[in-house]
Design a protein around this ligand. Structure first.
Ligand code: DP6
Length: 342
């Protein structure tokens, strides 16, 4: 019996991954930062199983102590995708005990943190017990990608790129941390306004596939490539106003792609637009570096630096909190990435 436990945070994309090819190859590079508090905590126990007839591992999955057989198909698909890299998984019984610090449907990508945590557990057992070699972060990221694209970015802390960009950096197979980041971006907050916690009408999987025959796909993929290179230059120079301009354009473009898909769909809610207006008004009157981004959902991510923290807490939140379900705002910030728990 082998066991390990890893904690992996979710991440928020500034340049969005939206559209992919076979084997989880992204249509354009993306760039995110990894969070701190919004994370998945996963304990993996691998048990020898003499009764298993076929080659696939068998699973027992518990979420917050409760058995969740409905989680098995997605995890099994993920394990099948990484069996070549980790052949010792074959025929084993895997007990997975997992929990998130953030609520389901909060607009925080639980597949990103969940797949990153599981990929780290598997790479750790591989390194420690099965081959006796150092932990390979790029392999954990590559595996996580096969579980969920955005998960490969959650294997590293700070700002992280996934997908090759025209400056010769990055890989489509795994994520890499962005090296040069100006001190202006060392502390960066993500306050998530929970404007709608209902189930999304269209899943990310369907959204990605609708980019296949999308009339604006080629332009969007080109823009995503350009924005990745532009964003790295912005991160280097520490230019907050250009950061916000690019971030908001990426968020609105993502939702514009949804609205112009066939069939079209809209994930923003009236409250999302209301909150955006409030943020824009607040920025105009205070001139503070505060912007927003959106994931594939209605909830708004308020992104700002330490300089704006006091103003956000004291002046902006009272203006937007009433829009949130049960006044819920999840307060997070940039973090260091996954780590092994004791
Ligand atoms: C809008 O990573 O959830 O959050 O690879 O199908 O699991 P799959 O998709 P997923 O898509 C994330 C889309 C996004 C943008 C992003 O995180 O880059």
């Amino acid at each position: 019996m082998y066991t390990t436990r890893w904690i992996a945070p979710s991440n928020i994309a500034i340049v969005k991954y939206w559209g992919k090819f076979d084997h989880q190859i992204p249509a354009n590079p993306s760039l995110s930062f990894t969070l701190t508090h919004s994370h998945t905590d996963t304990k993996l126990t691998v048990i020898e199983s003499k009764t298993t007839q076929n080659d696939d591992p068998t699973l027992e999955v518990f979420y917050d102590g409760i058995s969740k057989p409905e989680f098995q198909p997605k995890i099994l698909k993920f394990l099948q995708a990484i069996l070549n890299e980790y052949p010792w998984l074959k025929g084993k019984l895997l007990k997975i005990e997992t929990k998130n610090t953030f609520p389901h449907s909060s607009g925080i990508a639980s597949s990103a943190s969940g797949m990153a945590a599981l990929a780290c557990c598997i790479e750790d057992l591989h390194a420690t017990y099965f081959v006796g070699q150092p932990f390979r972060w790029h392999k954990a990221s590559e595996s996580a990608r096969l579980g969920s694209g955005s998960a490969c970015r959650s294997v590293y802390g700070g700002f992280v790129q996934w997908g090759h960009s025209s400056d010769g950096e990055g890989s489509d197979f795994f994520a890499t941390p962005v090296q040069e980041v100006h001190p202006n971006f060392k502390t960066i907050y993500d306050y998530i306004l929970i404007l709608d916690s209902g189930e999304k009408s269209v899943s990310s999987t369907v959204g990605h596939s609708l980019m296949k025959n999308h009339p604006y796909a080629s332009h969007r993929f080109k823009q995503g490539k350009e924005n990745t290179v532009k964003l790295k230059a912005i991160l280097k120079t520490g230019d907050w106003s250009r950061f916000i301009e690019l971030m908001e354009s990426e968020a609105l473009t993502l939702h514009a792609m949804m609205m112009t898909s066939t069939p079209p769909f809209i994930l923003m809610k009236p409250k999302t637009l209301e909150a955006i207006q409030k943020i824009w008004q607040f920025r105009q009157t205070t001139n503070l570096p505060i912007g927003f981004t959106l994931d594939a959902g209605a909830n708004l991510h308020l992104i700002f630096t330490a300089d704006a923290l006091e103003a956000v807490e004291q002046k902006l939140l009272p203006e937007v909190q009433y829009l949130c379900e049960q006044n819920t705002i999840i307060k997070d910030l940039i973090g260091r990435g996954p780590f092994k728990a004791d």
